[in-house]
Design a protein around this ligand. Structure first.
Ligand SMILES: [Zn+2]
Length: 70
């Protein structure tokens, strides 16, 4: 597990509104409006995936999640 990010569990409550609103929440940076870049690191031994969401324009991770895959 990478320790340089503060990972959290993604919650359904984080996404609300219509399809356009949810897509914008997931894909667009709130700071500058640029599209996010997603990277994934899978750990099949412990059954989780780390998702890191980065804005290339702001040049910093905006979100980081752990997804349990069991
Ligand atoms: Zn940005």
């Amino acid at each position: 597990m990478r320790n340089d990010y503060n990972f959290s569990i993604q919650k359904l409550e984080d996404f609300y509104g219509d399809v356009k609103d949810v897509k914008e929440t997931m894909n667009v940076c709130k700071n500058c409006g640029a599209k996010h870049t997603f990277t994934y690191d899978s750990n099949y031994e412990d059954l989780y995936v780390q998702e890191i969401v980065i804005c290339a324009e702001c040049d910093k991770p905006t979100k980081s999640y752990i997804h349990i895959i069991n």
